[in-house]
Structures are given as C-alpha cells and as structure tokens.
Design a protein around this ligand. Sequence first.
Ligand SMILES: NC(=O)c1ccc[n+]([C@@H]2O[C@H](COP(=O)([O-])OP(=O)(O)OC[C@H]3O[C@@H](n4cnc5c(N)ncnc54)[C@H](OP(=O)(O)O)[C@@H]3O)[C@@H](O)[C@H]2O)c1
Length: 237
Amino acid sequence: MNLNDTIEHWLTSTQKSLSPANRPFVTLSYAQSLDGSIALRSSEPMALSGNESLRLTHQLRSMHDGILVGIGTVLSDDPQLNVRHWTGNNPQPIVLDSQLRMPSDARLRQCSEKPCWILTTQESEWPNQNGIEICQSQPGSDGRVCLKNALALLYEKGIRHLMVEGGAHVITAFLKEQLVDAIVITLVPRIVGGYKAVGDLEINARVDLPAINPFHSERLGDDLILWGTLDYRKGVE
Ligand SMILES: NC(=O)c1ccc[n+]([C@@H]2O[C@H](COP(=O)([O-])OP(=O)(O)OC[C@H]3O[C@@H](n4cnc5c(N)ncnc54)[C@H](OP(=O)(O)O)[C@@H]3O)[C@@H](O)[C@H]2O)c1
C-alpha cells in the first residue's frame, strides 16, 4: 500500500471509530519546517511542502465535508481551499472571521459551487454578501468566535468531518480547547526561523501535554509525513 492509501485507510477507520458527540470529527493538517515554522512571517504566504505532500493535502481535503481556516490565512494567502491536485469532492470552505474582515475580492468568494461560510460574532448586516453565507456564532471569553459553539453549529449544518488547515492562531486555539481528534503534519526539511505553528497552550506540566497516540511517520518525496490521533488523557507517556 502506498502512503496515500495508508493514510486514507487510517483516516477513514479513525473517523468511523471516533465520533465526537454533537460536533464534527476534526483533523488538523498543516506543513511546517523542522523548527516548527509555517511561514516566514505571519502575514505572508510561503509554499513549504513538496508536490507529493501537496497532493496528499488535497486528498485529505477531499475526505472532509468542511475545511476551515482563520481570517489571517485568508488575508495573507487568499486560498481557494478546494481539491485541485487530487480527484475528489471539494469540501465546504469555512472561515473564522469574528469581525467580518473577509475582502470583497477574496478568491473564496468566487466559488459558485459552495459559497464560503463565514463564522462570525457580528450581528450587523454585511453590505456585500456575494459568494458567502454568514453564520452567526457566539463569542468566546476573548471576543472571538467560540470554537465549541461554532463546531456545534457546523454539526447542525451537516458537517461531520472537518479539516482545519491553520494558521497559527487557529491551530493553537483548537489544540488549547482539545478539539483536535487527528493530526497530519507535513514536516519539510528546511529551517525557517519564522512564524511558528503552535503558540502558548497554557500547559504547565509534562503530564498534561497532549500525546499523539498511536503515532506514525513515513517519508513522502523530500518531506516526512507525521500522523496520528490526539490523546488528551493526563499522564499518557
Ligand atoms: N504552512 C501551512 O500549512 C499554513 C497553513 C495555513 C496558514 N499558514 C500561514 O499562517 C499565517 C496566518 O496565520 P495567523 O495566525 O496570522 O492567522 P489565522 O490563524 O489564519 O487566523 C487568525 C484569526 O482568526 C480569527 N479567529 C476567529 N475566531 C478565532 C478563534 N476562536 N481562535 C483563533 N482565531 C480566531 C481571528 O481574527 P478575528 O478576531 O478578526 O476573527 C484571528 O486573528 C500565514 O502566514 C499563512 O501563510 C500556513
């Protein structure tokens, strides 16, 4: 079995065996350098992964009903979040955008097949709603979209399998809230010294660190793919 088949088989069976109550199964997937950078600077796009890993990312996208990024990624990368380097269905694009900062010319607004869902805390009407659907959600204690409420809303709207692609604020927030079920990381053999994937999770003891268990790794082209399920039980070695 090649790596694409191995990961597809693993993810399908994990999605079946682990079904969280009233929220989608969440797969976190991103590319990082050896030092944990996902970009050189926070507001700049940086292509890190090789062609084979990029194909794997698009395969993963096709295995999810929804794909979510933060507005920071939209503002810096202007992503399309569709399946181009693999044959499969496009997931529903979803953006966490508390303050409705999505630009009117964003590429995500140009997809007629699936208007992008904007998860926001704002009640105000948006002047230009072309290519988007506003999904109002409750704010968390920091005033941003509350992830637990947002996931419950996505579940109600039919999203059962959600892929979270970044960027760093969103990765950190999902990990902090223990909302990541599975992780697939592309580790790129570069040292960037840039913008790191994971920020402060406010964990003080080793015993409280989430573990990847079971943990798998395999080379794909020049990159290393690391994958597994998150285990938040205290004291997992
Ligand atoms: N290497 C990779 O695989 C990869 C993947 C994706 C992105 N990136 C890179 O990551 C960088 C962007 O990352 P970023 O950290 O600046 O932005 P981000 O994580 O994409 O978006 C963060 C923004 O999302 C909004 N948000 C709403 N609710 C939130 C919540 N509950 N928790 C966290 N954020 C919430 C916040 O803005 P509001 O308060 O306005 O809502 C927040 O500032 C870019 O350089 C991009 O190229 C790399």
